[in-house]
Design a protein around this ligand. Structure first.
Ligand code: ARG
Length: 654
C-alpha cells in the first residue's frame, strides 16, 4: 500500500467539499520532516484560510472532524498555526509490514493504467569520442527504464545513434588525406577519431579565418556606437542608460569572440604540425561538408567507406555498454530514418505546416523567433527532420503513447520546437518529454575533460573507477582485525561493482537538472550519500545473518512469529521500508532518480540507527530476535532492489 496515496485520498474527499480544485491542497499532505510532528502532515489549512475566510486552526479543526482516518491514524493533532499532524497506528504498520515481508515486489503495486513508453537515451554520435555527457544520459536513461518497468509500464529503449551527421564528412576527408594505414588496421576507431579531431580542428581554423573580418567589422561598428552613445549620454536619461549598458555588453561579447578567434588562428599557425597542414588544405571546411553531402546523396564510394567505418564504431560503443551492463531494445540510428525524410517534409508541406523561407523549408512556431528548419537551402535534411520521422515511426511501429528523451539540457530549445511541431502535425495526444540534464563539470568548474584536453575516454574512466575501488577495498580489508577475509578474485569482483556503482550513483544522486562536479574521492567515499556506503550497508545486513547463523530463507518461513515495531527505532525503520512504493511513485512522477537515491540513503541511515540501538543476533527473546531479523531481511531486499533499479549491483560480502 502506498501510505501517502491512501492518506491523500482520504483528504481529497474532505477537500472536494471545500474547494473547486483541491489538487493543490491534496499535494500538501506530505511526509513529516521531523518525527516529532508525527509520520505525515497536512499543511493545507494555512493557504485555505484565505480562500475560505476562516482562521487556519479552525479549518484544521473542521478537517480533523470530517476526515475519516480512524482506521489508519491515531487521533490527528493540530500544531502551531494549523498544521495537522498524522501518526499512523503502529498495529497498522505491523500489518502492512507483514504484507511487504511476504511480497516479492516489496509491496509495490503495478500502476493501474500502464503506458507504452519509448525512452531515447545514450544516443552518442559515432566516430566522435563518446563523452561523460553521453554517460550521464545512459545512466539516467537506464535507471528510468528499470524503474518505470518495475512499476508496470511497457518500456522500449531506443538508442538514437548519431551515425549520419557531418562528422562522417570529416572522417571521409580525413581518411582520404591523412590516414595512417597501420594505425587504422590496428585500432580503426582510435584512428578515425584522430582523423575526426584533426579535420575538425583544421576546418575550424579556416572557418574562423573567414569569419574574422566580419567580426572585426562588427567590433569597430559597435565601438563607434558606444562612443556616440557615451557622448550623448545624459545623467538622468534612464532609457539612454539602459541602451548604453546593452551596447557595452554587446561590445564586450564581440571583443571576446574576436580574441578567441585570434588566439585560435595563432595557435594553429604556430603549431608545427597543424600549421603546415592548414596551409596545405585551404578548402578543408567546405570539402568536408561536400563529402557529407555526397554520402547523403548516395555516392557509392562514400557509402562503401561508411559501411566499413560504422561496424567498428558500434563495436567500440558496445564494449562500454557491455561493461555497464546496458542493453537496448532498439538502436535505430539517424541513418535508419534517411529514406523517410523526404516524405516527412512533403507531409508537413501538405498540412501547411512547413513553408519556404530563404530557400529553406521551415516550420514557424508561435513562441519561437527562429524557424524549425526541416530542409536546408542545399536540400539537406536536418537533425530536426530526423527527429520528426523518429516520432512518426515510434508511434506507428512501436505504438508509443509516450516518448521520453534523456538528453543534455543544452538541447532544450530543439525539443520544445520538435514537440510543438509534432503536436501540430497530429500527435497532440502523445506525451513527449525532454528529460533534460546538466553538465558534468571538472574540479576547475569547466566541463569535465582530461589533461590532454579531450573529453575523457569513457573506457579509461571506468578502469580508473575500478582500480580506485580495488585500492579502497584492499585497504579496508586489511584494516579488519582478523586480516584480509576476501580472496583476490572476490576483491576484484567487488571492485567492479563498487567502481561502476560509484560512477553511476554519482550521476544519479544529483538532481538531474543541475550541473555537478566530478569528484573521485566523494564518489567512492564509504560514508555519505554514495553507492559505496549503500553497498556496505547491504553487505552489513547480510553479515548479520551470517553472524546469527541463520538463513534468510528460513526467516521468511517464520509466519509463526509476528513482526513487532515496539521500539522507536524499529518503528522508524519499519515505516521507512513501507515507503518504498511511495518513493518509486515520486521518482516516476518527476522522472528524477535522485528521489530514489534519497530514499535509499535514508533507509540505510534508518537501518544504522536501528542497528545501533536494537540488538539483533544477541537478542535473547527469540520472538524479538526473529522480528528484528525480518526487519533486516526487508532492509536488505529493499536496498538491493532499489540499487538494482538504478543499475547498481550489490555483493553480500565486502
Ligand atoms: N546524438 C545526439 C547528441 O549526441 C543526441 C540525440 C538525442 N536523441 C534525439 N532523438 N535527438 O547530441
Amino acid at each position: 500500500m502506498n501510505l501517502l496515496e491512501v492518506l491523500r485520498n482520504r483528504f481529497q474527499i474532505v477537500l472536494e467539499n471545500k474547494v473547486d480544485d483541491p489538487s493543490r491542497y491534496i499535494a500538501m499532505v506530505l511526509p513529516a520532516q521531523n518525527a516529532q510532528f508525527g509520520d505525515y502532515q497536512a499543511n493545507c489549512a494555512m493557504p485555505l484560510s484565505k480562500v475560505l475566510g476562516k482562521p487556519p486552526r479552525e479549518i484544521a479543526a473542521d478537517m480533523i472532524a470530517e476526515v475519516d482516518v480512524s482506521d489508519l491514524c491515531e487521533p490527528p493533532e493540530i500544531a502551531g498555526p494549523g498544521f495537522i499532524n498524522l501518526k499512523l497506528k503502529t498495529d497498522l504498520l505491523e500489518q502492512e509490514f507483514a504484507e511487504v515481508f511476504t511480497s516479492e515486489r516489496l509491496g509495490v503495486e503495478a500502476v493501474k493504467s500502464p503506458e507504452k513508453i519509448v525512452i531515447d537515451y545514450s544516443s552518442p554520435n559515432v566516430a566522435k569520442p563518446m563523452h561523460v555527457g553521453h554517460l550521464r544520459s545512459t545512466v539516467i536513461g537506464d535507471a528510468l527504464y528499470k524503474i518505470l518497468s518495475f512499476l508496470g509500464h511497457d518500456l522500449t529503449s531506443d538508442n538514437h545513434i548519431g551515425d549520419w551527421g557531418t562528422q562522417f564528412g570529416m572522417i571521409l576527408y580525413g581518411y582520404r588525406n591523412f590516414v595512417d594505414q597501420e594505425a587504422y588496421e590496428k585500432e580503426p576507431v582510435a584512428e578515425l577519431s584522430r582523423l575526426y579531431r584533426l579535420v575538425n580542428k583544421l576546418s575550424e581554423y579556416h572557418t574562423t579565418v573567414e569569419t574574422l573580418p566580419g567580426l572585426e567589422w562588427k567590433l569597430s561598428e559597435t565601438e563607434q556606437a558606444v562612443n556616440a552613445a557615451e557622448a550623448e549620454f545624459e545623467q538622468d536619461d534612464k532609457q539612454g542608460k539602459k541602451q548604453l549598458k546593452k551596447l557595452r555588453s554587446d561590445l564586450e561579447s564581440i571583443r571576446q569572440s574576436v580574441t578567441k578567434a585570434e588566439s585560435l588562428i595563432a595557435e594553429i599557425e604556430q603549431d608545427e604540425i597543424y600549421g603546415p597542414l592548414a596551409a596545405a588544405h585551404p578548402n578543408i571546411h567546405t570539402d568536408a561538408r561536400l563529402e557529407t553531402s555526397k554520402l547523403h546523396a548516395g555516392d557509392a564510394e562514400n557509402r562503401k567507406l561508411w559501411d566499413e567505418f560504422l561496424p567498428a564504431c558500434l563495436d567500440v560503443m558496445n564494449v562500454i555498454y557491455n561493461r555497464l551492463h546496458i542493453n537496448f531494445d532498439y538502436s535505430l540510428g539517424e541513418s535508419f530514418y534517411q529514406p523517410q525524410l523526404a516524405d516527412v517534409v512533403e507531409e508537413l508541406k501538405t498540412k501547411g505546416l512547413a513553408e519556404e523561407s530563404q530557400k529553406a523549408m521551415c516550420v514557424f512556431l508561435p513562441d519561437f523567433k527562429a524557424p524549425f528548419i526541416v530542409q536546408k537551402q542545399d536540400g539537406a535534411f536536418t537533425y530536426a527532420t530526423t527527429d520528426l520521422a523518429t516520432i512518426r515511426y515510434r508511434v506507428e511501429k512501436l505504438e508509443a503513447t509516450s516518448i521520453l528523451y534523456v538528453v543534455d539540457a543544452r538541447q532544450g530549445e530543439h525539443f520544445q520546437m520538435l514537440f510543438g511541431t509534432a503536436r501540430r502535425w497530429g500527435y497532440e495526444n502523445l506525451n513527449l518529454q525532454h528529460v533534460s540534464f546538466g553538465t558534468v563539470m571538472g574540479q576547475d568548474g569547466k566541463p569535465f575533460k582530461t589533461r590532454s584536453g579531450d573529453t575523457v575516454g569513457l573506457g579509461d574512466l571506468l578502469d580508473e573507477a575500478i582500480s580506485r575501488a580495488l585500492a579502497i577495498i584492499t585497504s579496508n580489508d586489511e584494516a579488519k582485525p582478523n586480516g584480509p577475509e576476501l580472496d583476490e578474485t572476490e576483491r576484484k569482483q567487488i571492485a567492479e561493482i563498487v567502481g561502476l556503482g560509484g560512477i553511476k550513483y554519482a550521476d544519479l544522486h544529483h538532481n538531474r537538472e543541475s550541473d555537478y562536479i566530478f569528484d573521485w574521492d566523494k564518489m567512492l567515499s564509504m560514508t555519505g550519500d554514495t553507492a559505496t556506503y549503500m553497498q556496505y550497508a547491504y553487505a552489513r545486513v547480510c553479515g548479520i545473518f551470517r553472524k546469527a547463523d541463520v538463513e534468510r530463507k528460513d526467516i521468511r518461513q517464520r509466519d509463526d512469529v509476528p513482526i513487532r515495531l515496539a521500539h522507536e527505532a524499529e518503528r522508524a525503520l519499519g515505516l521507512q521500508l513501507l515507503r518504498f512504493s511511495e518513493a518509486l511513485s515520486a521518482t516516476a512522477q518527476d522522472l528524477k532518480p535522485n528521489l530514489l537515491t534519497n530514499y535509499l540513503f535514508e533507509t540505510a541511515n534508518s537501518f544504522s540507527t536501528f542497528y545501533d540501538r536494537c540488538p539483533v543476533a544477541k537478542e535473547n527473546d527469540e520472538a524479538v530476535r526473529i522480528s528484528r531479523l525480518k526487519l533486516c531481511d526487508v532492509t536488505a531486499r529493499t536496498l538491493k532492489q532499489g540499487l538494482n533499479l538504478l543499475g547498481i549491483e550489490t555483493s553480500e560480502r565486502m
